[in-house]
Design a protein around this ligand. Structure first.
Ligand code: SF4
Ligand code: SF4
Length: 315
C-alpha cells in the first residue's frame, strides 16, 4: 500500500481510504462486530485511513475495529452542526463514541458554497479551537458542490477537503467533472489535502469499477480515495487491484453483479420529511406517494436518516 501526506494536515494516509458509510445503518446495516471485522481486514492489509460522519452511525464499528488494529488509524468524521453548541456536542460525541481523546480530521458535512460556509462559521470556529487545543488534528469540509471547493480555496483555515469525484461526474450538483477537477487542483496547489468520495458514483458505476479506480487514482492532485466496502472479500479485491496484484475473477464478477437500489417500503406515510435530506433533488412527491428519480440518486442513503419509520433505505 502506498502512503501519502494529506496536504498541510501533515497526516500520512494510505491511497485507499475505507469509506465507512456503506457498512452502517444507512446502507448494509451490518451488526457492529461484523462491520468492525470488515474494517479490520482493511486495516490489517495496510489501509490506515477511514472516513465516517456523525450521520452514518458507524462510530461503534470503528471503535471496535481500531481497538483490534495492529497499527494507528487516521479517522475522519463530519458534522452538520452550524453553531458552537452543536459543534461541541458533535466533537464530544465522536471522542466518547470512538473512545479517542483526539479526532484526526473533523469536517463540516456537505457544504455547498461560501454562503453555507458563512452560515456554519460558529461551528467551524469551534473546530479550529479544538485544533488549537490538540483535540482535533485537522479541520476539513466535505462537498458535492464545486462552489464549496472554490470557497475553501479562498480560506486559510481548511486543511482537508473531501469532494465527490468520479469519471462521469455523478453527484456533482453544480457543474461538470472537469470544473470540479479544476477547483480541486487549485485547492491542492494551496496545500489543502484532498481525499475524494464516491469514485463509483455511490455504486452506480460498480460495473466499471476498474475504470473508476484507474480514473480517480491517476489524478495527481488527489491524495487518497474513499471507497465503501461491505465485505472482507471486497476489501481484498480492491487492495489487490490498486496494488497491481491479480484479483479473483469470480469475486469481481460477484461484486459487479451486486445490484444496489433505493427502496421505499410499503409503510412509507408520504410525509415528505426525507425530501430535504437529498442534495440531489432525487426525491419527489406524486400525490401522497414518495418517488425517486433513479438517474439523480447517488445511493448515499442520507434520506434514510430522516425517516423515523425506517421506510427508505439503500439495499
Ligand atoms: S420515507 Fe419516511 S420520511 Fe420519507 S416520506 Fe416516507 S415516511 Fe416520510
Ligand atoms: S434519494 Fe436518498 S440515497 Fe438518493 S441521492 Fe437522495 S439522499 Fe441519497
Amino acid at each position: 500500500m502506498e502512503y501519502v501526506k494529506l496536504g498541510r494536515s501533515g497526516l500520512e494516509v494510505s491511497r485507499l481510504c475505507f469509506g465507512g458509510l456503506t457498512v452502517g445503518p444507512l446502507q448494509a446495516d451490518l451488526p457492529v462486530e461484523e462491520g468492525a471485522e470488515v474494517m479490520l481486514e482493511a486495516f490489517n492489509r495496510g489501509i490506515n485511513f477511514i472516513d465516517t460522519a456523525e450521520l452514518y452511525g458507524t462510530y461503534p464499528h470503528i471503535r471496535r475495529a481500531i481497538k483490534k488494529a495492529k497499527g494507528e488509524v487516521v479517522v475522519a468524521t463530519k458534522t452538520y452542526a452550524y453553531d458552537r453548541e452543536g459543534a461541541v456536542r458533535s466533537v464530544e460525541k465522536a471522542r466518547t463514541a470512538l473512545d479517542r481523546d483526539v479526532v484526526d480530521i473533523f469536517m463540516l458535512h456537505e457544504q455547498e458554497s461560501a454562503l453555507t460556509l458563512k452560515g456554519h462559521r460558529e461551528a467551524l470556529e469551534y473546530l479550529l479551537e479544538c485544533k488549537a487545543k490538540g483535540i482535533v488534528r485537522a479541520v476539513g469540509v466535505s462537498m458535492h458542490h464545486i462552489a464549496a471547493v472554490e470557497a475553501v480555496c479562498r480560506m486559510d483555515e481548511i486543511d482537508v477537503i473531501h469532494p465527490i469525484v468520479n469519471y462521469k461526474g455523478l453527484g456533482i450538483v453544480d457543474g461538470t467533472i472537469e470544473q470540479m477537477l479544476k477547483a480541486i487542483r487549485r485547492a491542492h496547489e494551496r496545500g489543502i489535502g484532498v481525499y475524494a468520495m464516491k469514485p463509483l458514483g455511490g455504486g452506480n458505476l460498480i460495473r466499471h469499477v476498474e475504470q473508476c479506480l484507474d480514473y480517480v487514482l491517476s489524478i495527481p492532485f488527489i491524495d487518497s480515495v474513499a471507497l465503501g466496502m461491505q465485505s472482507a472479500e471486497e476489501v481484498v479485491a480492491n487492495i489487490h487491484y490498486i496494488e497491481g496484484k491479480e484479483v479473483d475473477h469470480l469475486i469481481t464478477q460477484r461484486l459487479k453483479n451486486k445490484k444496489r437500489t433505493l427502496h421505499i417500503e410499503d409503510w412509507c406515510e408520504g410525509c415528505g420529511t426525507c425530501l430535504t435530506a437529498c442534495a440531489h433533488q432525487a426525491l419527489y412527491m406524486e400525490g401522497n406517494k414518495l418517488r425517486v428519480q433513479n438517474e439523480k440518486c447517488i445511493l448515499c442513503g442520507y434520506c434514510g436518516s430522516r425517516c423515523r419509520h425506517f421506510a427508505i433505505k439503500v439495499v
